[in-house]
Structure formats: C-alpha cells, structure tokens
Design a protein around this ligand. Structure first.
Ligand code: PMV
Length: 325
C-alpha cells in the first residue's frame, strides 16, 4: 500500500467580531469580515491517509466511526482536495479532539483546519497559507481563521480567490485568555451551516453588515494598542448584535439559557468593578469569557462560584495549524 499520509494539529478559535451570514452559502463567502484569536488548549489532531486500495472514504472521530452526516460533509470536502490535486483516491481520516465532543464546544473550525492541512499534504499539494485558509473555509467558514497564528482577520472578499484569513498579530503579542464556560452539553438544534442561511431573514442583519467595517476597525486598533476596555465594549456589542439577528430570524434562533444571561450580568458587574473581562457567545448557550493572564485565576474562581456551570476550559492565544510527525 502506498504511504500517502500526514498528520496535522489545529486550534479552535473565538471570534471577537463574528461571522454570521454568507454572500454565497456553497462557497462560504461571508457577508462581513471577522476577527478572532486561536485557542491553544482546544485543538483537533487529524491523520489523513490516501490509498488506491480504499473503496470509499472513512471517518473516525475519537476512534469511532462518524455519523453519516459528518461523513458526507468530509467526503464533499475531500472531493475539493481531490479535484485540486487531480487524483482520484479515497482517504481514511482519523480525527481526535482534545476536548470532549458533545460538550457544546464547536469543533468544526479546528477539525476542518487540521483536515485541510493534513489532507492537502497527504495528497501531495503544497499550498500557501492563504490557499490553505481558502480551502479550510470551504469546510466551515470559521475554519479559515484556524490556519494562521495568533490574532487573525478573515477578509470577506467577493469570491473564492479573495476570501481568506491572515494573522494580524502573533500569539504572544497580547496575553489574552479565553475561558469557555459550559452551560449546556446539548447538541444545537440548529447548527451554524443552517443558521447562516437564516441570517438574511432578520431585519437587523443589513445594518449589522453595513456597520461591520467600523466594528472591525475598533477591534483591530484595540488589539494593536492592547486596550482592553475598548476591546471589551465592542466584543460584547458585536456578540449581542449577532444574537439579535439570530433571535429575530425566521424561524427565530434563541440560544441563551437562564445561566447564559446570569454569566453575562456577572461579567459586566466584574468589569464595572475594574477587572478586565468581557463575554462573547457563538451559536449556542455556552459563554466565552475573555480576560488577561493576570486576572485569569480570579475569574476562574468567580465563575466556579456561579450556579449551573458544568465545566470551564481555559486557553491562551494559540499558534497556527501545523504538521506533526
Ligand atoms: O464556521 P461556522 O459555520 O461554524 O460559523 C461560525 C459562526 C460563529 O461561531 C457563530 C461566529 C464566528 O465567527 O465564529
């Protein structure tokens, strides 16, 4: 059997300015740009092996065969890579998350970033970081932001060619930390692929998109100047704007639980008392609490005193997707 295999690791990421809604759903060209940082403690390791002998693609997630929907999504993605390489071999994909799946922490960004790198190398493609980011975007939009290192901006672009992410500051530029507070372990009823399609049904989406260059500029400057207060105000506003769109879509997406709201209030109270801390939420009830390394222990303690929290995962800012032996 030929040995066309490679293993890659990629981190999850948390968006400070969110991606919600596509100009082109099939190509995952977003309506607005977004900015995130990588989460070094939450990552996916993926080994891909291509072989002439395989008669179909196989997908193992944490050692178990994946469900049919996940397999179809990966097969479709591997087709893009096979077309790029001009090769017709099937693959075995073995993916491991270091964070338990089913905890409500999204794994699609780290998974498709790790898959893009491992599969492209295994099949013999040598893609630039930009082209890897473009490729990862096809699997899950936010995955394009898990390719470059540290603080990352996704330029929305207008086409497949110009919609990609790049690093705007290295991981060690600013010592931010992210604490994912797990409120519910339930699987989302409506995932982000479906959610993006509903965004345009909210009357608030248009204004959210129109105003996005201004919000991106505030966050870019806040990162450059390491200005936590400016970052905090805009991160919460942007998350609230995305959830306002979600709540006012048809059908409505209401992800918040009572504990979600209790954490949001607590975080704002802590910030008023002088602690650099803010919240942001993705498409689910879990809350990402962002602070600096100096305050991380204190925030962790404070969070563990709140009722209804099942787990907290803490991360520093992470590096880029990379190959391992
Ligand atoms: O990449 P997707 O399709 O899982 O979308 C991610 C959407 C949010 O997590 C809600 C926002 C973001 O920018 O990460």
């Amino acid at each position: 059997m030929s040995n066309l295999s490679a293993t890659a690791v990629a981190c999850a990421n948390i968006a400070l300015i969110k991606y919600w809604g596509n100009k082109n759903d099939a190509l995952r060209i977003p309506e607005n740009g977004s900015i995130s940082f990588n989460l070094d403690s939450l990552f996916t390791q993926t080994k891909v092996s291509f072989a002439q002998e395989f008669s179909s693609d196989q997908l193992l997630i944490n050692g178990k065969p994946a469900d049919p929907a996940a397999l179809i999504r990966v097969e479709t993605f591997l087709d893009i890579i096979r077309n790029l390489a001009g090769k017709r071999m099937f693959a075995k994909v073995e993916s491991e998350n270091n964070f338990p799946i089913g905890t409500g922490i999204a794994s699609s960004a780290s998974s498709f970033a790790a898959l893009s790198l491992s599969a492209s190398i295994a099949i013999g493609l040598d893609l630039s970081e930009k082209d890897l980011s473009r490729l990862a975007r096809r699997g899950s939009g936010s995955a394009c932001r898990s390719i470059p290192a540290g603080y990352v901006e996704w330029y929305p672009g207008k086409s497949d060619e110009d919609s990609y992410a790049e690093s705007i500051a290295p991981a060690n530029y600013w010592n931010l930390m992210d604490l994912v507070v797990v409120v519910s372990q339930e699987h989302k009823k409506v995932g982000s692929t479906e959610g993006h399609k509903l965004a345009c049904s909210s009357p608030f989406q248009k204004i959210r998109i129109e105003n996005s260059p201004e919000r991106l500029s505030v966050i870019r400057n806040a990162i450059r100047r390491k200005d936590f207060q400016a970052l905090a105000d805009m991160v919460e506003k942007d998350s609230n704007m995305m959830h306002a769109v979600m709540m006012t879509s048809s059908p409505s997406l209401l992800y918040w639980q009572p504990t979600t709201i209790a954490i949001m209030h607590a975080v704002q109270e802590w910030r008023r008392s002088g602690i650099p801390v803010c919240y942001t939420l993705d498409a689910g009830p879990n809350v990402h609490v962002i602070t600096t390394k100096d305050y991380y222990k204190l925030i962790h303690e404070k969070l563990s005193e709140l009722a209804g929290i099942s787990q907290v995962y803490s991360s520093k800012v992470g590096g880029k997707a990379h190959l391992i032996e």
